[in-house]
Design a protein around this ligand. Structure first.
Ligand SMILES: Nc1ncnc2c1ncn2[C@@H]1O[C@H](COP(=O)(O)OP(=O)(O)OP(=O)(O)O)[C@@H](O)[C@H]1O
Ligand SMILES: [Mg+2]
Length: 407
């Protein structure tokens, strides 16, 4: 078996974990999914390593059409972090900054913006040299967050080899040749948050923003409006048949939310045009909330831009193993991760490389400190020895002098 065949993709969200293995010709070799209990992963942070690893291990033993894992055979994995767990900045690099000084420049700029020490993060940057437009994308994540992902996988013999932002993965899964002729916005409307990313013709995210509302906010607003509890509101929201009866109410909530969303989409598109001189000609909606009736129509109406709901299955040769009842939007991230390295790839930031670099630097520093401590100990020992010899010599001289005095 080739090494690549052991590289799986794992999509971890607060509620579920999905794994996927693709063949070289983009057929599904193995797919599996498991629900996560509340409190295992929260806001993209693994709170309970043990339960998380246990669940993932079970999922790996029950994949279809083939069983992915036979006992604890080692695997490699490509994973992502939700955008809300990343700190991303987009910098313009002045012409006066030479290529070899970009890292220092980005580090200095980012450290002024980040409200805590840069040493608490794994970070890296991507340099985009567009001739007269030189940009750098800074991406960082708190070390505690990344370390938990690494630890949780390693304890069940999975070696994570790539960890990037979710938008990069969505771009890989959703952008077609047609989209790449101009700028495209991907709007990922999840449960807690909504991410907006603008992609250039190379499929690279050149601007992004995370809004702190998503499907949960819509459910809560609907619950309040209809005077029902949140569970009931969620049932009404996600069931097309039921929601027909409440069409007016659902539409009113969608209207409010899309207006707020479109203000941000417009802002991002204008800013992107100013920076890159590229027009945004497409919007792709993904995430569960994109399935709300009227959402697509409303966004297309307000933006005047061609809008579609994501279908990552078009990138694959087959899709029959995925849960038939779940729409394709739910698989965009796991497919995008699995496509990494298999299709014409776009540059992306791998925070694990940053993590390895930091670990190497840290162990180098630790070695240096240890060496210094050893040197210090050696000197102290020597002094102790010299001290005792000196003391003995002085004592002997004193004794000789005393004896000489009396004799
Ligand atoms: N058919 C549907 N119609 C409308 N909303 C839906 C539908 N199915 C699921 N949702 C909503 O989609 C949301 C979940 O989407 P998704 O799985 O993309 O979120 P997530 O990735 O877990 O969340 P986040 O990205 O915020 O961490 C929930 O709020 C859910 O109510
Ligand atoms: Mg999501």
């Amino acid at each position: 078996m080739k090494n690549k065949e052991h590289t799986i993709s794992i999509d971890i969200s607060d509620r579920s974990v999905k794994v996927l293995l693709l063949s070289d010709d983009l057929r599904v070799k193995a797919y599996g999914r498991g629900k996560l209990q509340k409190g295992v992963v929260q806001n993209g942070f693994i709170l309970d390593n043990e339960r998380f690893s246990e669940k993932l291990s079970k999922v790996l033993h029950h994949t279809k059409p083939t069983k992915l894992r036979k006992e604890s055979e080692p695997l490699k994995a490509i994973i992502s972090l939700p955008e809300s767990r990343l700190i991303t900045y987009y910098f313009n690099i002045p012409a006066s900054v030479s290529n070899e000084h970009i890292r220092k420049y980005v580090e200095r700029e980012a450290s002024q913006l980040i409200p805590f020490e840069l040493e608490r993060m794994y970070w890296d940057y991507l340099f985009i040299d567009g001739g007269d437009i030189r940009d750098a994308i800074f991406v960082g994540a708190e070390r505690d967050v990344v370390d938990k992902y690494v630890e949780s996988l390693e304890r069940i013999h999975i070696e994570p080899i790539f960890l990037g932002g979710e938008l990069f993965s969505l771009g890989r899964a959703l952008l077609t040749e047609e989209h790449r002729k101009s700028g495209t916005i991907i709007v990922d409307m999840g449960a807690r948050t909504t991410d907006i990313g603008v992609f250039d013709k190379d499929g690279v995210v050149r601007l992004s923003v995370t809004l702190s509302f998503g499907g949960e906010y819509i459910t809560e607003t609907l619950a309040e409006k209809l005077g029902v509890n949140v569970l009931e509101a969620e049932r009404l929201k996600t069931n097309r048949e039921l929601s027909k009866e409440y069409a007016e109410d659902v539409l009113a909530v969608v209207k409010d939310v899309t207006e707020e969303l479109m203000t941000e989409v417009d802002r991002v598109a204008v800013h992107f045009k100013r920076r890159t001189k590229i027009d945004v000609k497409n919007i792709i909606l993904t995430g569960g909330t994109a399935l709300l009736p009227y959402m697509l129509v409303r966004i297309e109406e307000l933006s005047g831009i061609s809008t579609s709901v994501a279908n990552p299955f078009v990138r694959l040769k087959d899709d029959h193993v995925f849960d038939e009842t779940a729409p394709p939007v739910f698989f965009a991230n796991v497919i995008g991760l699995a496509l990494r390295g298999r299709v014409d790839d776009v540059p992306a930031i791998n925070l694990l490389e940053a993590c390895q670099r930091c670990r190497a630097e840290a162990s180098q520093q630790q070695r240096k400190k240890q060496l210094e401590r050893q040197r210090f100990e050696f000197k102290r020992e020597n002094w102790r020895e010299y001290g005792s010899i000196t003391f003995a010599v002085i004592a002997i001289i004193a004794l000789v002098l005393v004896l000489a005095h009396f004799l």
